[in-house]
Design a protein around this ligand. Structure first.
Ligand code: SF4
Length: 330
């Protein structure tokens, strides 16, 4: 949960997750929808799906116990070098390294690794150094100390070298190159993606919307509004049609939402539609707003639904929705 997400954001999610899934067995048995529902709002849903898949494999292939062997751990879905090292060193007290962004910064300064971050030779150099350093009977504590050193002392812009416990060994400090390291290449600008989304409802029903389960990589497994890349009314109509819904689309979009992901910036036009008779299917459901919590719904969908929410009493003086529509306020 903490990969790409701040700890204080994660804590309430983590607590709810462990309350609902206190053991590997309960998590393995749970339907994916329940897992995604508890992840809803954290983003990077692939992590939740892989965690679930990995745990199921731990149950089916290893009788519910995480394998202590590093190569077996690395063969599990969702477990890469970092997670394998975290489990190996913290849970099994094995001399396995962990390299995260904080550790890379510390190592690049300690040993003057001055090739750019992200390049395979640079990454290999970090793992080699980390493997060399993690020795003794408390490898988990050592790894966590390295991460903490990077997070609190050897920070990106104001490293506190005078208080640093490893300053005597630091080559960058000796060579006055601390501020040059690590070498970071300029990031690519995020790709802008134009999207249309449709809040489709039964006539006069503001408290529900049709959602479809998305099987594309970006929001795979989550329930989303009918949406697709595109812009304008024709594309919104097409998004509705592709979701298997028939209805009357609003004559104009009701708003625009910008949603920023790590490498994309989504510009979403929000449209509404009144859907005439339609049936739910495995991949399409008419969901009441209060039931959204029980489903895996992306933050984007929550934002889009808020755009189409009925006017609140504070923002509108009309006494009923019909009066509001006639006055065209809000
Ligand atoms: S001496 Fe300074 S640059 Fe070197 S590891 Fe410590 S905080 Fe980082």
């Amino acid at each position: 949960m903490c990969q790409q997400t701040r700890v204080d954001t994660v804590i309430p999610y983590y607590e709810r997750f462990l309350k609902r899934f206190p053991t590997i067995a309960t998590l393995a048995k749970a339907p994916e929808d329940d897992v995604l529902a508890l992840w809803s709002g954290l983003g990077y849903y692939r992590r939740a799906r892989l965690l679930h898949k990995g745990v199921r494999e731990v149950v089916s292939a290893y009788g519910g116990a995480m394998p202590s062997d590093a190569s077996a751990r690395l063969g599990l879905p969702g477990i890469g070098r970092y997670t394998a090292g975290a489990i190996g060193s913290i849970a099994f007290h094995k001399e396995e390294p962990i390299v995260d962004g904080n550790v890379k910064r510390v190592l690049s300064r300690l040993f003057v690794i001055d090739t750019p971050l992200g390049r395979s030779d640079t990454e290999n150099a970090f793992w080699e150094k980390a493997q060399h350093l993690v020795r003794g009977d408390r490898p988990g504590d050592f790894n966590q100390a390295m991460m903490e050193l990077g997070a609190t002392i050897c920070t990106p812009t104001s490293p506190r070298c005078d208080e640093c416990p490893v300053r005597r060994h630091c080559r960058a400090k000796k060579e006055a190159r601390v501020y040059e390291l690590p070498v970071v290449l300029a990031k690519k600008a995020p790709k802008i993606v134009q999207v249309v989304a449709v809040i489709a409802r039964a006539v006069g029903d503001d408290d529900a919307a049709w959602l479809q389960r998305c099987d594309q990589a970006l929001f795979g497994g989550l329930w989303n509004l009918p949406m697709m890349e595109g812009e304008g009314r024709d594309d919104a109509q097409e998004a509705l049609r592709k979701a298997g819904l028939r209805g009357k689309l609003s004559s104009r979009k009701i708003g625009d939402v910008v949603h920023i992901l790590s490498h994309r910036r989504m510009h979403v036009e929000v449209w509404t539609a009144v859907v005439t008779k339609q049936r739910g299917t495995m991949t399409r459901r008419y969901v009441r707003h209060k039931a959204l919590k029980a489903l895996g719904v992306s933050r984007l969908t929550q934002k889009l639904l808020a755009t189409g929410a009925p006017p609140s009493e504070e923002s509108c003086s009309c006494r009923s929705r019909r009066a509001h529509d006639r006055a065209a306020c809000g």
